[in-house]
Design a protein around this ligand. Structure first.
Ligand code: CU
Length: 187
């Protein structure tokens, strides 16, 4: 009888420790997912308002997603300068000198992960763009405002661990108070 009570106390303590670990892991999970929620295909404006740029110059998409380019001024194209091995992106149709005008749209679906670099041939090298294809379409460095700094985050985790630690201690105290006699006798 007394041995059973003792082991109940031991299991309970281990349970509390497990709960503390789980709580910390859950807190970490929430922090990780909040940064990479929107993994959507991107739209790039070509020559916005006549400026000789692609806007945005770099887009991040997930494998299998489609990027669409929309011409906002004349005489631009997309010539691919670099891409991952095995990828067969060819840019806009026709030779390098073939350009397209305002209102034109072009899209490409990226099946191979990696980095793609392209230019507008008439306006290169200044007018250049990049497509980065990764697993979830997230950018590697989230905007400063969106991602919580690491120190408050780990402090939060520490706080949770402390709370679980206190609960664990209270639980043990409860078992000691209730089964104190049996506990001492069993060892
Ligand atoms: Cu151009």
């Amino acid at each position: 009888m007394s041995g059973h009570d003792s082991s109940a106390g031991g299991v309970s303590r281990r349970g509390f420790l497990r709960a503390a670990t789980g709580g910390a892991a859950a807190a970490g999970g929430v922090a990780a997912t909040s940064g990479s929620a929107a993994a959507q295909a991107a739209t790039v404006t070509v020559g916005p308002g006549g400026d000789l740029v692609y806007e945005p110059a770099t887009v991040y998409v997930a494998q299998g997603e489609t990027v669409q380019w929309e011409w906002d001024s004349n005489n631009h194209n997309i010539v691919v300068n670099a891409q991952p091995d095995g990828a067969g992106w060819e840019g806009t149709e026709g030779p390098e000198t073939q350009t397209y005008n305002e209102g034109h749209t072009y899209e490409h679906t990226f099946e191979t992960m990696g980095q793609y670099e392209y230019v507008c041939f008439p306006h290169s090298p200044g007018m250049a763009g990049k497509v980065v294809v990764n697993e979830d379409g997230s950018s590697p460095t989230p905007e400063p405002a969106s991602g919580p700094p690491e120190i408050p985050d780990s402090a939060k985790t520490l706080g949770i661990a402390t709370v679980f630690g206190m609960l664990s201690t209270l639980g043990l105290a409860y078992f000691f108070m209730k089964y104190g006699g049996d506990y001492g006798a069993s060892e």
